[in-house]
Write a protein that binds this ligand. Sequence first.
Ligand SMILES: Nc1ncnc2c1ncn2[C@@H]1O[C@H](COP(=O)(O)OP(=O)(O)OP(=O)(O)O)[C@@H](O)[C@H]1O
Length: 346
Amino acid sequence: MAAISLRGVGKHWGQAQAVKDIDFEVKSGDFTVLLGPSGCGKSTTLRLIAGLDKPSSGSIHIDGQDVTQLAPAQRKISMVFQSYALFPHLTVRDNILFGVRVRKEPRSSHAARLQRVADLLGLSHLLERRPAQLSGGQQQRVALGRAIIADAPVCLMDEPLSNLDAQLRQEMRREIRALQQQLQMTMIYVTHDQTEAMSMADQVILLREGHIEQDAPPAELYAQPATAFAARFIGTPPMNLLALAPHPQGMAISGSTVLIPAAGQLPLQLGLRPEHIRLADQGVPAQVETVEYFGADTIVGARIGAAALLVRAPGQHRLAIGETVHLAWDERDQTFFEGDSGRRRP
Ligand SMILES: Nc1ncnc2c1ncn2[C@@H]1O[C@H](COP(=O)(O)OP(=O)(O)OP(=O)(O)O)[C@@H](O)[C@H]1O
């Protein structure tokens, strides 16, 4: 199975720089997610790996071979797009076999390969249908089938689930991840959905405005965000960032007398994950501003001085707006970010 590496890859369209200085390695058999907000360069990066666009600088290697100048067909990759790109006039069978036939792969192998892929994806009873006679999830499986039957060592996916409803998305996430592990595919998957990235990936590459903000496994991205941007991009709800201000005895949460022991230079922000803050009998007084109940937990919006923050408390909490609650957290769950650069303080 293939490993992929990008070295100093950049792409500009006229004056506009879509991505710059992209460096990363994808291990063979790993599931890597390119994550980031709209316009950060995810699709551009994927298209460069696929060979659909040529980089303006840098090089791309697959399995140790420099493929920068190779055409897509020579790169041994398969690709699944957001729009499934199925042929409406072809049956499921013919859609899945399309690429295999175009590439003139041995006819004798077609039936067995089709059978395996159809069984794997639960499509065996739908082979004679046309795309219009399938549900969204089934169409997505056909698109996956076409990628899997190619037996290409690398599979690239660009937001493949964005046309599906929330429940089906979750099912398909699990299916894609299970298939990738079962077939030991090297996968690069583009999404702007952090829950998708966190739940599927071995490695997350978080992009921002064309550069890599952080490249780490999900657990590290969550526990040790490199920057305030990374901290805010991950988590539901995301990490709270509270501005700190000078206080005669050190540093306090801005607009309050709540002291935060932290050596370092201002400006500084305190990062606290909503799930790390407890509603306690004793602690920092805060005023309740919002209460949202979700069944398993309650998200409480509260204010300490000038700082608004969200608390994720297990179970149901009937709190009145304006009521004073007490908040507590462990010092080890505090993260500090430099106010100007946004970098996490080590
Ligand atoms: N063919 C093109 N010509 C000019 N600019 C482009 C082209 N393709 C992409 N760009 C620009 O490059 C930047 C990155 O685009 P890209 O599609 O890679 O972002 P993305 O992260 O995939 O966004 P989205 O999640 O919205 O699809 C954007 O500013 C975009 O406008």
